[in-house]
Design a protein around this ligand. Structure first.
Ligand code: KG4
Ligand code: ZN
Length: 357
């Protein structure tokens, strides 16, 4: 075994088949030796969302190839790998099972430890691949499946401060895009459309903006957009609607982040710290700008992982694997996939009609 641990990470929780090798460094951030991501956009685009069976089938078809490429790109002999880390939840169970079984098989064959990883913990620790960052920090995770504010207090120690009570933010972008006739995943295209439109044209709702702490809600926006879309006749009106949507989201996140930063400060008795924004939607430049602004106003250092580490990837899974490896937190090979695995097990379930905020 190499002196500095090398972790092979595997991610198949949704529609990305990803494998990465990273190596610890004595000082500073770990080295990413390889980071291979194969997306399934083409498979799902005609359906307007991820189709679980098709996603799982594609993972099965690709996982060997992606793993081989990650290993050969890393320049590392397989017998130098210290442990295998694979996502075991949350996500689509048929998809999780592919990477999980592959990881367990590899660990067993090589006779090295196996470590099950919470996908959300991967996003939470992803900035550690680039920056030395001290606990605790505030995390905003905005992806296709999740929208949460979390106080990241240490490895395995998370307190959820707020969550969406209905749609995830990426889902809101994708649904809006679908209504405008844009293929899945439409988030990036909405941002492009928005640049050509008038953000003041449509007045869209900002659900629970002044209540519910830093919990979020986006479902009302979709309903409003559905009504407007029916009367849209020109491309310009589509651009205007995208611009109005983008502006509304920026305003919601600005206000809610202020609340989250205040809650974080109270909880950790501090007046400064780091604010990390991760997940696919963190790629949105308008949102980034607004979040940097609110963060600086509150004396917090804004941190955005690089774009290739914002969306789903296996380097972030290996990152958590590395931290767990150093603590000798290994798992047995009978660890089951858990599609609803939470980050903060004590957080209240806040979804569905009539939820108390
Ligand atoms: O984190 P991610 O890659 O996968 C999940 O775990 O969900 O996030 C994907 C989501 C999709 O909903 C996609 O539309 C959205 O991130 N997204 C964006 C942008 N780039 C990706 N949303 C808004 N603006 C973007 N530039
Ligand atoms: Zn994700």
């Amino acid at each position: 075994m190499s002196e500095k641990p090398i972790i092979l990470g595997i991610e198949t929780s949704c529609d990305e088949t990803a494998v990465s090798l990273i190596q610890d460094k004595q000082n500073g951030t770990p080295k990413i030796l390889s980071n291979i991501i194969s997306s399934q956009f083409d498979i799902h685009k005609e359906f307007g969302g991820v189709v679980p069976e098709l996603a799982a089938r594609s993972h099965v078809e690709k996982i060997d190839l992606i793993a081989k490429k990650a290993i050969s790109d890393s320049g590392i002999e397989l017998n130098k790998v210290s442990a295998i880390a694979a996502t075991y939840g949350p996500g689509l169970i048929v998809c999780l099972s592919v990477g999980l079984s592959f990881g367990k098989g590899l660990a067993s064959t090589l006779g090295i430890p196996f470590i099950g990883i919470n996908h959300l913990e991967g996003h939470a620790l992803s900035p550690k691949l680039q920056d030395k960052i001290d606990y605790p920090y505030l995390l905003l995770l905005i992806s296709g499946g999740h929208s949460q504010y979390l106080s990241v207090n240490g490895l395995g120690d998370y307190k959820r401060l707020g969550t969406t009570i209905d749609d995830a933010l990426g889902e809101a972008f994708d649904k809006t895009a679908k209504l405008l006739g844009i293929d899945f995943p439409g988030g990036p295209k909405i941002e492009e459309f928005a640049k050509k439109g008038n953000p003041e044209k449509y007045d869209l709702p900002k659900p629970i903006i002044n209540k519910g702490g830093c919990n979020l809600s986006f479902a009302g926006l979709k309903t409003a957009i559905l009504r407007i879309v029916k009367n849209i006749k020109s491309d310009q009106e589509k651009f205007d609607l995208a611009a109005s949507f983008q502006k509304t989201i920026e305003e919601i996140l600005f206000t809610k982040t202020k609340v989250a930063l205040d809650e974080f400060k109270k909880l950790n008795s501090t007046n400064k710290g780091s604010f990390v924004v991760a997940g696919g939607v963190a790629a949105n430049k308008g949102i980034r700008k607004k979040l940097i602004e609110v963060s600086m106003q509150h004396n917090f250092k804004p941190i955005f992982p690089d774009l290739h580490l914002c969306g789903d990837n296996a380097a972030m899974i290996a990152m958590v694997g590395l931290e767990k490896f150093k603590n000798k937190q290994f798992d047995n090979l009978d660890l089951p996939a858990d599609p609803r695995l939470p980050l903060d097990a004590n957080a209240k379930f806040l979804k569905g009609a009539g939820v108390e905020l």
